[in-house]
Design a protein around this ligand. Structure first.
Ligand SMILES: NC(=O)c1ccc[n+]([C@@H]2O[C@H](COP(=O)([O-])OP(=O)(O)OC[C@H]3O[C@@H](n4cnc5c(N)ncnc54)[C@H](OP(=O)(O)O)[C@@H]3O)[C@@H](O)[C@H]2O)c1
Length: 284
């Protein structure tokens, strides 16, 4: 089976490449190998590779910058995704794509299930929802994995930002009124590999699956756990979102209910603390 992976240098993409190695002949594309802003090159590249599986780990993920770059966000997260979906449909390939908890408004008190009505609060959230809908409309075989609060050993993410800030500032201020499950890129990659190795893969229904780490915390709880694990004593003040103004509004509740992916593929990600320990060990 030939597999084409876009966004291979991103957090999830870089974790996917080694995880997929044994599953087929992998062709990886970073931005230089395949710029998703170039729709024609999406067509020609996919036609050349003729993959049985296309995995799109590329996305415009700068949530705050997205508020002032709507066209650029939609070009990558919607138009390019639609093109990949059409390419998948035309060659009967399976499309694996990633989406986000930010498609929800966070007003639900309990974890979100796939059937809950989305209501994005941000340009990024709107674009990811439109990307999901473009895939569904294309009629290609697909699995869209909505995940949350992604971090890993590589890339710009919360874990690295907290470690850097804790080493350079006397005190940190971190919001404690947004709940979620920090999900490591390695855990996501392992889950995708497990899904693709499923012997009954061809019988599984296309659609959305929530895929996040077990347990829950807040950004403040996550930051506290990171510093405690590293033995760093910098105090962390808990603040409300209103005291930490950013361009894009975030949902108060980012928790995803992972029952469906467990029932369909037997996938259950470990508790977020386990993922965090593995990432901290990897960057040591
Ligand atoms: N990060 C999170 O907290 C989070 C949470 C929920 C869901 N997700 C979703 O999970 C997926 C993976 O996210 P991630 O955290 O791995 O993101 P990431 O680290 O930002 O990686 C995204 C990759 O996409 C590439 N990319 C951006 N524009 C491109 C273009 N025009 N052509 C080709 N490549 C392009 C980026 O390349 P450059 O580095 O060159 O820009 C980067 O390597 C995305 O679908 C994202 O929406 C992420």
């Amino acid at each position: 089976m030939r597999i084409a992976l876009t966004g291979s240098k991103g957090q999830v993409g870089s974790a996917l490449a080694p995880a997929l190695d044994s599953l087929g002949a992998l062709s990886t594309f970073d931005r230089h190998g395949l710029d998703l802003l170039d729709l024609q090159s999406i067509r020609t590249t996919i036609a050349q590779v003729r993959p049985g599986i296309i995995i799109n780990a590329a996305a415009y993920t700068a949530v705050d910058r997205a508020e002032r770059e709507r066209d650029a966000v939609f070009a990558v997260n919607v138009q390019a995704v639609a093109e990949l979906a059409h390419a998948a449909k035309s060659m009967d390939a399976l499309l694996i794509h990633f989406s986000t908890d930010y498609v929800f408004d966070g007003e639900k008190p309990t974890p979100y299930i796939e059937a809950d009505a989305p209501n994005p609060l941000s340009v990024y959230g709107h674009s990811k929802l439109a990307g999901e809908r473009a895939i569904a409309a294309s009629g290609c075989r697909h699995f869209i994995f909505r995940t949350s609060w992604v971090y890993g050993p590589l890339g710009r993410n919360f874990l690295h930002a907290i470690l850097a800030a804790a080493r350079s500032k006397p005190e940190l201020r971190v919001v404690n009124d947004q709940r979620g499950a920090p999900t490591s890129s390695a855990a996501i990659a392992g889950a995708v590999a497990q899904v693709l190795a499923n012997p009954d893969l061809s019988t599984k229904a296309s659609g959305l699956y929530h895929l996040s780490a077990g347990g829950e915390t807040t950004w403040h709880g996550f930051a506290t756990a990171i510093l405690r694990a590293k033995g760093i004593k910098t105090p962390i003040l808990a603040v409300g979102s209103h005291e930490y103004p950013v361009a894009a509004k975030r949902p108060k509740n980012s928790l995803l209910d992972n029952t469906q992916i467990g029932a369909t593929f037997g996938v259950a990600l470990p508790d977020w603390r386990q993922g965090m320990a593995a990432v901290l060990a990897a960057i040591n």
